[in-house]
Design a protein around this ligand. Structure first.
Ligand SMILES: [Zn+2]
Length: 481
């Protein structure tokens, strides 16, 4: 294996492992190969390890000379990455490695995500484990799979054999920011049964598009419109003017992404597209004014068809009512931490199939009880409409710890190295630390990472100088624990 693209970058071992990792396809649900690579590393270096049936890997290493008796420290990161690429990129991310390079400031991958999130955690850990000269307490290193699709590895891994209660999670993207608490969450889905029959009349397609979208954890408070909710409002207004029967409805593709577009096809009794477009134009104006959505477009156009297999006016009305009634957005702000969204939900997916409407929500809260209450509300909303409710991917919040030796040590080391204070923050997004805290009672945990830009997009890049500083910081923290 030649790893030459990043040759010359410091720290050499970190970038060398990172380059090797980039050569192995490792998108979520495609982690067998990267997991086996870690196992091969452990064998090669005589490191005790286990690999479970999910392909999570855990490694154990003794403390170095003089630190054998210190409390073990857990290092943790996830091995899967989000696979996104440009339309004209020919790389098959399921089977091929990435085309990585650097420009002296950033490491990037041409046409695709880089997977610095979270390949850099693997690279740091391997570089520490492989180097006999780095002082550290006993180490327990957890490499999880499928973080990006609901933290399935962290949910399934058996940590009963671990002694450490101090965990450094390397899955944050901003140097100098220490994350010490995060939201828990779950995915709730409401399904509403519908029946279809042949309906005749002029067909119209409605489009809501051009919205900003964004991450449902990081950007839910940013005054962005949700395309599914906007569509609900649009349909409700049109419905007051004319009876309508829905044939298609589709908005959003991921529960944890704020939907940017939603389209509907309907049979509108006696419709005139001009009347409909008076409504769409008015709503477009309101959305642009009310939200930070300067590019929002809302319009209707005629479809070259006369009728279709559509919902009754009654079922259509129920669908519209449910879309309008569905809660969405920020539900509560934290009273303890200024500017922290405490509880929110995102109506990420709205989809009308042959026999049912499906609404999927990503719910988050840093207070477990509020999360449960909000999920219960969705269930009640489903029942009230004679629909069904299901729930998946439930993970606990990582609640703030008043006393934290790890946090104190990290703050002290940061001040000593850089002569300034780090930021200690809580975030509304989810991290594996919640699940891991649940499995390791009393866990003292902080999440850090080097600067990365535009993660989860083909513009993702990893800051080289920050990677070096974070490495030095990490080693100094290990020495101090
Ligand atoms: Zn990550």
């Amino acid at each position: 294996m030649t790893d030459v693209k990043l040759a010359g970058l410091e720290p050499a071992a970190v970038f060398s492992y990172f380059e090797q990792i980039c050569k192995i396809p490792h998108g979520s649900r495609n982690t067998k190969q990267i997991s086996d690579y870690l196992v091969a590393f452990a064998k090669e270096h005589g490191i005790r390890y286990f690999q479970d049936e999910l392909d999570n890997v855990v490694m154990f290493q003794e403390g170095t000379c003089g630190m054998e008796d210190h409390a073990p420290v857990i290092l943790q990161g996830h091995m899967d990455m989000v696979c996104e690429k440009d339309e004209d990129c020919a790389i098959d991310m399921d089977t091929q490695g990435l085309d990585i390079d650097h420009d002296g400031t950033y490491v990037f991958a041409r046409g695709t995500t880089l997977g610095g999130d979270d390949g850099i955690a693997l690279a740091y850990a391997l570089a520490i484990l492989a180097d006999q000269t780095i002082p550290h307490p006993p180490l327990e290193v957890i490499f999880t799979v499928d973080e990006e699709i609901g933290m399935e590895g962290a949910a399934g891994v058996d940590l009963s054999g671990l002694k450490g209660r101090t965990l450094i999670n390397v899955d944050s993207e901003e140097e100098g920011i220490f994350t010490v608490s995060c939201a828990g969450g779950a995915r709730g889905t409401i399904t509403l049964p519908v029946s279809r029959r042949a309906v005749y009349g002029p067909c119209v397609r409605l489009t809501v598009d051009g919205l900003q979208g964004g991450h449902s954890g990081v950007e839910i408070h940013k005054n962005r419109a949700n395309a599914n909710k906007v569509m609900g409002e649009l349909l409700s207004r049109i419905q007051t003017m004319m009876p309508l029967c829905l044939t298609k409805l589709s908005g959003g593709s991921k529960d944890n992404a704020i939907p940017r577009s939603c389209t509907v096809t309907l049979v509108a009794m006696g419709s005139h597209i001009e009347r409909i477009n008076e409504v769409t134009a008015q709503l477009q104006k309101e959305i642009r004014e009310q939200f930070d959505e300067p590019e929002a477009v809302i319009y209707g156009d005629d479809v070259d068809a006369f009728g279709g297999n559509a919902l009754s006016t009654g079922d259509s009305a129920k669908v519209i009512a449910l879309l309008c009634a569905a809660p969405n957005g920020v539900q509560a702000w934290s009273q303890d931490i200024e500017g922290l969204v405490q509880t929110s939900l995102n109506l990420g997916i709205a989809k009308l199939d042959k026999e049912e409407l499906r609404l999927t929500f990503a719910v988050r809260s840093s207070v477990n009880q509020e999360k449960r209450d909000l999920l219960a509300r969705l269930e009640e909303l489903a029942k009230f409409n004679d629909g069904a409710y299901s729930q998946m991917g439930d993970y606990p919040a990582w609640e703030y710890k008043q006393e934290s030796r790890l946090r104190d040590t990290m703050v002290e080391v940061y001040q000593r190295l850089y002569g300034k204070d780090p930021q200690v923050v809580a975030i509304h997004a989810g991290l594996e630390c919640g699940l891991l805290s649940d499995k390791l009672p009393g866990l003292d945990c902080v999440s850090i990472g080097p600067d990365m830009k535009d993660i989860h997009t083909s513009r993702e890049r990893l800051d080289i100088a920050s990677t070096k500083r974070t490495w030095e910081f990490l080693l100094e923290v290990l020495k101090s624990l």
